[in-house]
Design a protein around this ligand. Structure first.
Ligand SMILES: NC(=O)c1ccc[n+]([C@@H]2O[C@H](COP(=O)([O-])OP(=O)(O)OC[C@H]3O[C@@H](n4cnc5c(N)ncnc54)[C@H](OP(=O)(O)O)[C@@H]3O)[C@@H](O)[C@H]2O)c1
Length: 321
């Protein structure tokens, strides 16, 4: 049996659309689903390049970590794929129904496929890692991407009293007010001015959701902690993405002279069971339209071109088998 899939045969080259063996369910908890829509998330790109921390380095592989599909019984579901070799960018994928959530029959499949991964990051962080208490203030560092923009909306939705968005893309930054940011901070090429703006707008926040890491995160930590009125009051820094760099250099004094609590949120720091428990409520939010989504559907047959094509800011490519 064969199907069509996006297939990675070298970590140096984007996946190609080709005929490939249909995967076979291998136990009672597996079934073969027809795939309807798959998001091309940054996590999918890093997996297909062999660079994600969960990659086993096995080739060939089918990329794709999640998607929307139809189970043999006819049910429409959002599903997560635990396997880094048999992913979801294919006409069919092996799905564990326990790792899937039913969708309403009229759900917008491209919208759900586009939004679940970026929206889940802040949703899980603020419910499982540092549960947000109503009225707390939140800084989203790197708020102009898909996940960051959704984090602004998620923080508001979960009851934040004040949400500050920081990022470097001026148009996307300006658009954050419309989705609930109380204030925005421009991260530009002038480190001194950026630090002053962050100190002014975000020194007193309770929680930081950080998609950047790297030099901008280290600079932001120092700027905000130095300006904080009561440094013994906890600042919870949740590390989620590393789009600006994989490592930071942090002076030890940042940890001694302030109550800075750094932790991450991702696969491993949150159990699969906890992620799964959060899926239904997030699906309901996305389906209800409380989180804005800009999906760009592209046929799976065009996956190689889609990989190289630039996305407009705020857009998420969704491959349709
Ligand atoms: N741990 C998790 O559960 C989880 C879940 C989802 C995503 N993530 C991670 O979160 C990150 C963002 O994901 P995404 O879906 O939002 O990606 P995305 O839509 O591609 O957005 C990335 C954003 O990062 C911005 N950016 C890049 N370099 C920057 C820098 N040096 N300073 C400031 N902004 C910078 C870009 O802004 P410009 O427009 O200025 O280029 C863009 O808006 C990725 O690393 C992803 O892997 C983690």
């Amino acid at each position: 049996m064969s199907m069509h899939a996006a297939v990675v045969r070298s970590f140096d080259h984007p996946p190609r659309y080709e005929a490939y063996d249909t995967p076979q369910p291998s136990g009672p908890d597996q079934t073969l689903a027809d795939v309807l829509a798959v998001g091309l998330h940054p996590r999918v790109r890093s997996g297909a390049a062999g660079r994600h921390y969960t990659s086993t380095g096995t080739l060939p592989m089918i990329p794709g970590i999640d998607g929307v599909g139809r189970l043999p019984g006819g049910g429409l579901v959002y599903f997560a794929v635990p396997d880094d070799v048999w992913g979801s960018m294919a006409e069919q994928a092996v799905v564990d129904p326990r790792r899937s959530v039913p969708l309403p029959e009229n759900a917008d499949v491209a919208k759900v496929a586009a939004a679940m991964n970026p929206a889940m990051s802040a949703w899980v962080a603020l419910r499982r890692r540092v549960p947000l208490r109503p009225g707390q203030s939140v800084l989203v560092l790197g708020a102009t991407g898909n996940a960051g923009t959704m984090a602004v909306q998620v923080a508001s939705r979960l009851g934040a009293g004040r949400v500050v968005g920081a990022g470097r893309n001026p148009e996307r930054l300006a658009a954050l007010a419309a989705v609930g940011a109380d204030e925005v901070v421009s991260l530009d090429d002038d480190p001194g001015a950026t630090a002053a703006r962050l100190a002014e707008a975000a020194a007193e926040v309770d929680i930081v959701i950080d998609y950047l890491w790297g030099a901008p995160a280290a600079a932001a930590m120092m700027a905000m902690l130095t300006a904080r009125a009561d440094r013994s009051r906890a600042m919870d820094w949740i590390q989620i993405g590393a789009i600006a760099g994989p490592a930071i250099e942090l002076p030890s004094v940042a940890l001694r002279s302030a109550n800075l609590r750094i932790q991450g949120c991702g696969q491993g720091s949150v159990s699969p069971r906890a992620y799964l428990a959060e899926l239904p409520s997030l699906v309901a939010e996305i389906d209800a339209g409380t989180i804005a989504v800009n999906a760009r559907p592209v046929p799976l047959a065009d996956v190689e071109a889609a990989w190289a094509a630039p996305e407009l800011p705020g857009q998420r490519t969704v491959l349709i088998p």
